[in-house]
Design a protein around this ligand. Structure first.
Ligand code: NAD
Length: 401
């Protein structure tokens, strides 16, 4: 089948298997050239392992430290003439390349919010891994959560709190600057977003792993967050998703106390903004990322997702000098400080005041944003013939729940 990108607002509904594999190879190469280290994790559970930061963490652990990885994700396999999701092709490529490198890896495709997923993970660790998990990476980004006991469906929202938001963003579908007006969230929407994207599920996972004796003493336990600068605060940090991230931080503090004697090292790691399927869906992000990434590139501060993960592992979690990670006053690990530099944010704001539909390509780096957005789905890769027939039915050894 010939696969072409089909963009609908902020999502691309198709994905190219060979392009996705190339993406994985690139990330592996970035890690592999830096050599394999033995002072890192041995058995890693990544919840949200198929795309974005979770996938990059999986690659950094496996190819940087030779760790065995167990990945959980929720992706769509192909069906007859319908292509699979990018995360499916990514995971197939990861499994193939990690096997080739002699690394142990297992993948579970299912709803990470469910008890079934937890039971399956625990079962796998007990019966197939050679010891307990010593690193948990919690990297879910989901608009919806099905509560494990009641089956109730809860939806998150991306809304401001208190007052409406008027601003601009870029519609990735028609490549145009558009005005956005978003009404403030109701209390119910705030509460629901906290339940989907806050720390409740993370805590259930950690407690379940501990109770089943599959969590190592002194294990490291990380969840990702974003704070961003003033420009994104109305929608992000001061909005519904920010409340959920604040709840994640509260949960981290609770877990630190709860598992103090067990030695569990729990942190929220605040990462820089980057293009992922999840961030592309946040109203202000396509425009903000088109501005900030070009400023950071000019100032030589830019880092890709895999470079951020490399730094998280080597400068914070598994330092050669065995020092504990540097944190801010709220025990958060900060990898976002370059992005938050005063000059970066100031330049971003200045450009924002100038941008119009006519000068979008000159004032912002939207063309790169769009290319990198399509690359997330395996498109826009050089050296790939997108006119050639490709087998879309990629199968791999994956437990499907
Ligand atoms: P992403 O969309 O690339 O990845 C989300 C992952 O979650 C995928 O592997 C997906 O399969 C999985 N997932 C979603 N729902 C699931 C479910 N019900 N069951 C199992 N798996 C499920 O997102 P991302 O941007 O990498 O975000 C990951 C984390 O990083 C989030 O907590 C996000 O807030 C945080 N973060 C992202 C950015 C950014 O700019 N992208 C910056 C800082 C922090």
């Amino acid at each position: 089948m010939i696969v072409t990108p089909k963009v609908w607002h902020f999502v691309c509904t198709t994905a190219h298997p060979l392009g996705c594999e190339q993406n994985i190879k690139d990330q592996i190469d970035t890690i592999s050239v830096k050599g394999t280290h033995d002072n890192g994790p041995k058995r890693v559970l990544i919840i949200g392992a198929s795309t974005g930061y979770g996938l990059a963490a999986r690659i950094a652990a496996a190819f940087g430290f030779g760790a065995a990885t167990l990945g959980v994700f929720f992706e769509k396999p192909s069906r007859k003439t319908r292509v699979a999701s990018a995360g499916w092709y990514n995971s197939a490529a990861f499994e193939k390349l990690s096997q080739k490198a002699g690394l142990w890896s297992r993948s579970i495709n299912g709803d990470a919010f469910s008890n079934d997923a937890r039971n399956c993970v625990i079962d796998l660790i007990k019966h197939e891994m050679d010891g307990p998990i010593d690193l948990v990476i919690y990297s879910l980004a989901s608009p919806v959560r099905c509560l494990p006991d009641s089956g109730m469906i809860i939806r998150s929202s991306l809304k401001p709190i208190g007052s409406p938001y008027h601003g601009k963003t870029i519609d990735t579908d028609c490549d145009e600057l558009i005005d956005i007006d978003i009404a403030p969230a109701t209390q119910q929407e705030i509460n629901d977003t906290i339940r989907v994207m806050g720390g409740e599920d993370w805590k259930i996972w950690v407690e379940a792993l501990h109770q089943a004796n599959v969590l190592a003493k002194q294990a490291v336990n990380i969840a990702f967050s974003y704070i961003g600068g003033e420009m994104t605060w109305p929608i992000y940090w001061n909005g519904t998703i920010g409340r959920a991230k604040q709840h994640l931080e509260e949960t981290a503090a609770e877990l630190r106390t709860q598992f103090l004697t067990y030695g569990l090292r729990t942190h929220v790691a605040v990462m820089k903004s980057t293009i992922t399927q999840a961030s592309a869906a946040i109203p202000v992000m396509p425009l903000y990322l088109s501005l900030v990434s070009q400023i950071m590139k000019k100032k030589q501060l830019h880092e890709s997702m895999i470079e951020q993960q490399y730094r998280l592992f080597h400068e914070f979690l598994y330092r050669k000098d065995q020092q504990l990670p540097a944190t801010d006053t709220k025990s958060r690990i900060r990898l976002d400080l370059h992005e938050l530099r005063e000059d970066v944010q100031r330049d971003c704001k200045a450009l924002l005041t100038r941008v119009t539909n006519q000068n979008l390509a000159e004032v912002t780096d939207y063309l790169t944003y769009k290319r990198e957005f399509l690359q997330l789905f395996g498109f826009e890769r050089q050296n790939l013939d997108y006119h050639a027939d490709v087998d879309i039915n990629t199968q791999f050894d994956c437990l499907v729940l």
